[in-house]
Write a protein that binds this ligand. Structure first.
Ligand code: COA
Length: 325
C-alpha cells in the first residue's frame, strides 16, 4: 500500500491581537480568570475585509513553498472549516482561485475542531487509491464572526487563523493510523442554531443572537478529556504503538486544563505536548494545523519522530492521527 505523508506545512494568522485586558473592557471578566481557567492570553482577529479563504490562501502558499510545489501541481484541495466565506461556493473554491491551483478538485469539510484530521483522512484515501497525487489540506476559521462579543462564557475562548499541509506519496514514514468518531446525540452542547435550514436568518434569529456560538462548556470539558484520551489510545494501538513511543502530541487547543488532564490520564509528560493556546485561543479546525506548522518550524519535529494529532469538537466529533515524520 502507498505511504502518504506531509511534505509541506504553512500557517497564516491575522495581524490584529486581542488581549485578555482588551476583553476585560468589553465583558465582565479578567486576565486572571481567563489565564487560570483556559490558559489563553491573547488571540488574533481578522480585519474587516479578511475572510476565511484569505487566511487559507496565506497558509496554503507557505505550505506549497515548503513542499517545493507550484499551485498547478495540486490536484485536490480540502478546506476544513465551520466558518466558510459564505454557505456556497466552498472556501476551497475561493482558495483555488486565489492561489491559481487550476488543476485541483475542491471542497470543504464540516467537522468543527476535528476537521483538520477528518480532511487529512480523506486526502490520504484519495492519494492511496491513486485518484489524486498532491493534496492541499487546510484548517481555516474566522470564529470572530460567529462569536457573541457580549457573552463572557464564550467570547474569551476563540480566535481566527489558518494552517495548511501538503500531502503526497512518501517513500518512508508518513501516516501510520487515523481514528475518527462522531456522536450526534450531543449536538446541543456546542452549536450555532440559526442561519441554516432549521432556522433561516430572520430578524427574530438576529434579535435572539442565534447566529453566535452557544456552548455548555462545563459538560464538554469532561467529555473532551475522556474522548481525546480514548482517541489517542485507540489510534496508537491501531498503529502498533504505545504512549511512550510518541515524541510529540499536538492536541486541539481548546483549554489548557483539558490538555493537562488528558496528558495526566495518558501518563504523558507535558514536555511532549505542543502548546500555542496562550497566543491564539481556540481556532477550531485551524488549531492543530497551525500548531503542527509551528512545531515543525521550531524544530520540535525531527525526521523519524512519532507525532500524534488529537482533536475534539462540535458534533460531537473527534479524530486522532499518528504520523512518522
Ligand atoms: N470571566 C469570568 N467569569 C466567567 C467567565 C469569564 N470569561 N466565563 C464564565 N465565568 C463564570 C461563570 O459565570 C461561572 O460563574 P458562577 O459560578 O457564578 O455561575 C463560573 O465562572 C464558572 O463557570 P464554568 O463554566 O463552570 O467555568 P469552567 O471552569 O468550566 O470554565 C470553560 C469554562 C468554557 C473555559 C471550560 O468549561 C471549557 O473550556 N470547556 C470546554 C470547551 C471545549 O472543550 N470545547 C469543545 C471543543 S471546541
Amino acid at each position: 500500500m502507498k505511504k502518504v505523508g506531509i511534505i509541506g506545512v504553512g500557517k497564516c494568522l491575522p495581524k490584529k491581537v486581542l488581549t485578555n485586558a482588551d476583553l476585560a473592557k468589553m465583558v465582565d471578566t479578567s486576565d486572571e480568570w481567563i489565564i487560570t481557567r483556559t490558559g489563553i492570553k491573547e488571540r488574533r482577529l481578522v480585519a474587516k475585509n479578511e475572510a476565511t479563504s484569505d487566511l487559507a490562501a496565506g497558509a496554503a502558499k507557505m505550505a506549497l513553498e515548503n513542499a517545493c510545489l507550484e499551485p498547478v501541481d495540486i490536484d485536490l484541495i480540502i478546506v476544513a472549516t465551520v466558518t466558510p466565506d459564505m454557505s456556497f461556493p466552498s472556501a476551497a473554491c475561493f482558495l483555488q482561485n486565489s492561489i491559481g491551483a487550476k488543476n485541483a478538485v475542491c471542497f470543504d469539510v464540516s467537522a468543527a475542531c476535528a476537521g483538520f484530521v477528518y480532511a487529512i483522512s480523506i486526502a490520504q484515501q484519495f492519494i492511496t487509491s491513486g485518484a489524486y497525487k498532491n493534496a492541499l489540506v487546510v484548517g481555516a476559521e474566522v470564529l470572530s464572526g460567529v462569536t457573541d462579543w457580549k457573552d463572557r462564557n464564550t467570547c474569551v475562548l476563540f480566535g481566527d487563523g489558518a494552517g495548511a499541509v501538503v500531502l503526497s506519496e512518501v517513500k518512508s514514514g508518513g501516516i501510520l493510523s487515523i481514528y475518527l468518531g462522531s456522536d450526534g446525540s450531543k449536538a446541543d452542547l456546542l452549536k450555532i442554531s440559526a442561519g441554516g435550514s432549521r432556522h433561516p436568518a430572520s430578524h427574530e434569529t438576529v434579535d435572539n443572537r442565534l447566529h453566535y456560538i452557544k456552548m455548555q462548556g462545563n459538560e464538554l470539558f469532561k467529555i473532551a478529556v475522556t474522548t481525546m484520551s480514548h482517541a489517542a489510545q485507540t489510534v496508537l494501538k491501531n498503529a502498533g504503538l504505545e504512549c511512550k513511543d510518541v515524541d510529540l502530541v499536538i492536541p486541539h487547543q481548546a483549554n489548557l486544563r483539558i490538555i493537562m488532564t488528558m496528558a495526566k490520564k495518558l501518563g504523558l509528560s507535558m514536555e511532549k505536548v505542543y502548546l500555542n493556546i496562550e497566543r491564539y485561543g481556540n481556532m477550531s479546525s485551524a488549531s492543530t494545523a497551525v500548531a503542527l506548522c509551528e512545531a515543525v518550524n521550531e524544530g520540535r519535529v525531527k525526521r523519524g519522530d512519532i507525532i500524534l494529532l488529537d482533536t475534539f469538537g462540535a458534533g460531537l466529533v473527534w479524530g486522532a492521527c499518528v504520523i512518522k515524520w
